[in-house]
Write a protein that binds this ligand. Structure first.
Ligand SMILES: Nc1ncnc2c1ncn2[C@@H]1O[C@H](COP(=O)(O)OP(=O)(O)OP(=O)(O)O)[C@@H](O)[C@H]1O
Length: 613
């Protein structure tokens, strides 16, 4: 039987394999990391009564909120009460690893490595490609970056898992974001697609939980009390973050659970009942669990919003606001909040600042820019010619053997129906394809993604539900069969290729219907050192000359790449009270493609629902 490397390492680290599976004591109750050094407490936790924002959760003696005991003075939280407890709970020797029966989260990696991608795979992560990238930080007392993981005291278990993930050195966003978060600071971080943002927020959370000493929690309680909440806009992305976080938390005792819509809730409830330290969720399902009182946010210390600009976008913001402000979550300054995305329009930054306290703004590369590793091509294709043009591309790709025999191609279209008909047509023309969109059942969506990832159906036709965050190795080509109306959506879509330092190709079919995208597209291409076709440059110039440049963005004017941290714009009002910034009154609405169904998340009739539950 094949044994994975991670299995071997895991059995070595648990005592050289001395314990057989049969000899493992039955794990009768979930013991959170912060309790490993304590005598077991048979009493259920005293649940705090409902609190107002000025009445934070009751500090637990020696806990992070006490502010007096257990503080690591070398890394004080700044200004808002964020602070880090000392010491590695598991380091002190109280945790019996042999007690934890945990499926090996690295097992799928070993299986995936066996799929033949024609020599494409892991030719090595080339993060040197990011070395020269400009980095901007703003805010008070920004902690300095690190160069290696070992400069950061993440703890032995996490370091071991970093090694298992084969991460040799931190990516630029990790170099900056991890020390900032470990110092207890709130963070708004913008870094290019595929640059390692997931680890950048997961590592400090796991490390913080291992250091912390929160209140007790027992298995079988009706409500689960996670310490960290990671919200993401789509089910598939939540599943992916969960898988990643489980790898990072492997053998640490930190328990990660995922909750998302479209999947049976009872199974998720059972998982929650077994205890949870980090809850990864989509907002809709989370609200459901909160309303059923099956999850309580009272103990949340860490809140991370992945794809934060999407989470605070038009239509979604009220739900996030409800979760963050009306569901007993400790207020900002008590919890630590981290927002990550590759794009951060200024008005979304403004909204986001409501959730943050004296935060640091971090931009790795230009805000909203795309990585130079993606070769971007724009071709003029009439609507009526799109199918035959796509077929030509695919035939050429097949004939040239570009990127190996199982190179994956991701094709973005505007509508769910369009996705189905294109998939059918491709299959009829001997190009095995599958599709993912909001009208498919969750089971179908997950099956489609698996089939694509393994190369069984090397073409995936998708709506924007697949545009953000998905990390699918071997996507060699992204085709924008229908371009989005918003340049940020374009950035995220093409970011499904050219990840983790690898190169990729993105082809866009452009015609008069995409006129509003011309200017931002040309700007984006120029700043990513792409060759702009002469016809496109002329078209952009002619539109500019009669004032129809179009922004294709929601940003409401101003230079696109001016000040990155909106606090530097000078266009916001600043009120006292701990250095937070309020610029409300600038709406997010009005054009930009967010109501028209082209880039909305599966919102039929302008209603954004199905990707959210
Ligand atoms: N330090 C590292 N060394 C090597 N690989 C890494 C490192 N950090 C992350 N990766 C890998 O890089 C890939 C991209 O990471 P991730 O999905 O976190 O990117 P991202 O910045 O969140 O992208 P997106 O903006 O599209 O969501 C993943 O396969 C991840 O495992």
């Amino acid at each position: 039987m094949r044994t994975s490397w991670a299995d071997t390492v895991a059995s070595e680290s648990s005592g050289g394999g001395a314990l057989s599976a049969n000899s493992l004591p039955f794990r009768s109750s979930y013991v959170p990391p912060h309790l490993r050094n304590r005598p077991s407490n048979p009493q259920p936790p005293a649940l705090s009564p409902a609190r107002t924002p000025v009445d934070p959760p009751r500090p637990i003696a020696g806990g992070r909120w006490s502010g007096a005991v257990g503080r690591d003075n070398s890394r004080p939280g700044i200004g808002c009460g964020n602070e880090i407890g000392v010491g590695w709970n598991s380091r002190a020797g109280g945790w019996d690893r042999g007690r934890v029966r945990e499926p090996n989260p690295f097992a799928n990696d070993a299986a995936a490595a066996e799929v033949d991608f024609g020599g494409l795979e892991n030719s090595g992560i080339n993060f040197d490609a990011y070395e020269d990238i400009p980095v901007e930080t703003s805010g008070d007392n920004v902690p300095p970056p690190v160069s290696t993981f070992y400069e950061i005291d993440l703890g032995p278990e996490l370091n071991e898992n970093i090694r298992r993930c084969k991460y040799v050195k931190p990516t630029p966003v990790q170099r900056h974001a991890i020390p900032i978060s470990l110092a207890g600071r709130d963070l708004m971080a913008c870094a290019q697609t595929g640059s390692g943002k997931t680890a950048a927020f997961c590592f400090p959370i796991i490390s913080g939980i291992l250091r912390g000493q929160s209140g007790p929690r027992q298995r079988g309680m009706r409500s689960a009390f996670p310490l960290a909440l990671i919200l993401s806009p789509t089910r598939e992305l939540s599943v992916q973050i969960h898988e990643e976080a489980r790898k990072f938390a492997f053998q640490t005792g930190v328990r990660v659970v995922v909750a998302y819509g479209g999947a049976p809730i009872h199974q998720q409830l059972r998982e929650l009942e077994r205890g949870v330290d980090i809850l990864v969720a989509t907002p809709g399902r989370l609200v459901d669990l909160l309303e059923r009182a099956r999850v309580s946010l009272q103990m949340i210390k860490y809140l991370a919003l992945d794809e934060a600009d999407r989470m605070l976008d038009m239509g979604f913001e009220p739900q996030i606001r409800k979760i963050v402000e009306q569901m007993e979550m400790p207020p900002r300054g008590i919890r630590q909040t981290m927002l990550f995305s590759a794009t951060f329009p200024r008005e979304i930054q403004r909204l986001a600042s409501d959730f943050l306290c004296n935060y640091i703004f971090l931009a790795v590369g230009r805000v909203g820019s795309s990585t130079d590793l993606i070769v971007q091509r724009v071709e003029f294709v009439l609507e009526s010619d799109k199918r035959s043009h796509l077929l030509d591309l695919l035939h050429a790709q097949r004939a040239n053997g570009i990127n190996g025999k199982h190179a994956l191609t991701l094709v973005f279209v505007e509508t769910k129906r369009g996705a189905d008909t294109l998939e059918h047509w491709l299959c009829m023309n001997s190009f095995p394809a599958t599709t993912i969109h909001g009208d498919r059942t969750q089971q179908e969506r997950e099956h489609a993604l698996r089939s694509f990832k393994t190369g069984a159906t090397p073409i995936l036709v998708a709506t924007d539900v697949a545009a953000r965050g998905l990390d699918i190795p071997h996507v060699a080509h992204v085709v924008n069969f229908d371009l989005p109306n918003d340049i940020d959506d374009y950035v995220h879509r093409i970011g499904r290729t050219g990840r983790a330092g690898k190169s990729g190709l993105a082809t866009a079919f452009f015609n008069e219907g995409n006129a509003s995208l011309t200017k931002p597209l040309v700007e984006l291409m120029q700043e990513s050192n792409q060759e702009v076709p002469a016809w496109l440059a002329r078209f952009a110039a002619s539109r500019a000359s009669y004032g129809g440049g179009g922004r294709g963005r929601r940003s409401g004017g101003g230079p696109r790449f001016g000040s990155r941290d909106f606090r530097k714009d000078g266009s916001f009002s600043r009120f006292g009270g701990g250095g937070d910034y309020y610029g409300r009154g600038v709406g997010v609405g009005g054009g930009g493609g967010y109501g028209g169904g082209s880039s909305g998340y599966e919102g039929g009739s302008g209603v954004f629902t199905s990707a959210w539950d």
